[in-house]
Ligand binder design. Structure first.
Ligand code: WQD
Length: 359
């Protein structure tokens, strides 16, 4: 019986398949490589020495999706596949709703048809919007403030309705805070296309000299140094959280939601200082206006996951920055985007399904 990982070639997906393989699970990946590169799967194979079956298809390709379930015995699904850039979602809302929400609907309908009812869903702390207080617990009010966040919120509601309609489902919703860092091997990491939106990959490219300086979006927030505070969590801790969630999901029925964060917030300036310390490089920066849509402070109350999943983050901010820097210095051009993938423009068209084994 295999674990199907949608979006398994992505940043969090690829780190999660390494932990699944290390735990002895058989892994099948669906990915259309619009936001990822098959090389990340090759790296997962190099790290673990295990085989991975990969289907290069989109969740919107209902025949391709049906094929995957017809030809494989699937025990559970971990669903990462989706567009995830906040700014882009404001520019292309229809593509975000179609890709993220319709893709999830097709996935769940296919799972239902094949009586596969164990699902882990990749959600985000962005569903909380600007919290009234911190730390943030799972029962806080939900208030997504952009199309990307609203796709996550809509999918959470769809999955709640699905469980209400059929209690034989086991659904786990994981709300990530700010995943950063990379696998300790330096073989895998975050490989954003173009100019990074997120803080760490941007700082990393300034440190390596590819980008001139960091723009710090606002120093007038009500925080210790005026810059935004976030709950940064090592991507490997996040990946291990998925394995713990899967183990619980496969023995319990029901729908459960967990924050995956460290419970500690760091400001932008603290992150800059930590990165300078581990890289030995100075990070040039300039202060600019606040970025629209940013919240001042966000960090998790991680107690529920600790108690019910027997999981907590173990890696500290210095290791997160050191592992991110190790990945950057080992892979200055990321995974070297394969030419055939660059043909697909955003919004992508669904690709032809083809099964590939990556050795
Ligand atoms: C972190 C802090 C910025 C870049 C986003 C998505 C969220 C999730 C994680 C998908 C903030 C500041 C950043 C820069 C800066 N993604 N910053 N200069 O916005 O907390 O969360 O990524 O699920 O949904 O919203 O992460 O890394 O963009 O920003 O000053 O060039 O760094 O203002 O305070 P964010 P981020």
């Amino acid at each position: 019986m295999a674990i199907l990982v949608t979006g398994g070639a992505g940043y969090i997906g690829s780190h999660t398949i390494v932990e699944l393989l290390n735990e002895g699970f058989e892994v099948i990946v669906i990915d259309n490589f619009t936001n990822s590169n098959p090389e990340s799967i090759n790296r997962a194979i190099q790290i673990t020495g295990r085989e991975i079956k990969v289907y290069n298809t989109s969740l919107l390709d209902s025949e391709g999706l049906e094929d995957v379930f017809l030809h494989n015995k699937i025990q559970a699904v971990i669903h990462f596949a989706g567009f995830k850039a906040v700014g882009e979602s404001v520019l292309f809302p229809l593509e975000y709703y179609h890709n993220n929400v319709s893709g999830t609907l097709l996935l769940c309908q296919t799972m239902q048809r094949h009586n596969v009812k164990n699902l882990i869903f990749s959600s985000s702390a962005t569903v909380y919007g600007a919290p009234d207080k911190v730390p943030i617990s799972e029962d806080f009010p939900l208030n997504a403030t952009n199309p990307y966040g609203r796709t996550k919120l809509m999918i959470e509601e769809i999955l709640t309705d699905l469980y209400q309609s059929d209690n034989s489902w086991s659904i786990t919703i994981l709300r990530y805070f700010n995943p950063i860092g990379a696998h300790e091997s330096g073989k895998m990491g975050e490989d954003p296309a173009g100019i990074p939106n997120n803080l760490i990959p941007y700082i990393s490219k300034v440190a390596i000299g590819e980008l001139k300086e960091l723009q710090i979006f606002g120093v007038d927030y009500p925080t210790k140094d005026g810059t935004g505070v976030r709950d940064y969590i090592h991507v490997v801790d996040l990946a291990k959280g998925h394995v713990k969630a899967l183990n619980q999901n496969m023995i319990l029925k029901g729908i459960n939601t967990y924050n995956l964060g460290t419970g500690r917030g760091y400001s932008v300036l603290e992150i800059v200082k930590a990165f300078e310390k581990v890289s030995g490089r100075s990070i040039n920066y300039k202060i600019t206006e606040r970025r629209p849509g940013d919240v001042a402070v966000s960090f998790a109350n991680p107690e529920k996951a600790k108690k019910e999943l027997n999981w907590e983050a173990e890696r500290g901010i210095d290791q997160m920055c050191a592992d991110a820097w190790h990945w950057q210095t080992n892979n200055p051009n990321g995974y070297e985007k394969a030419p055939q993938i660059m043909e697909q423009e955003f919004p992508f068209v669904s690709s032809n399904e083809r099964e590939i084994f990556l050795k």
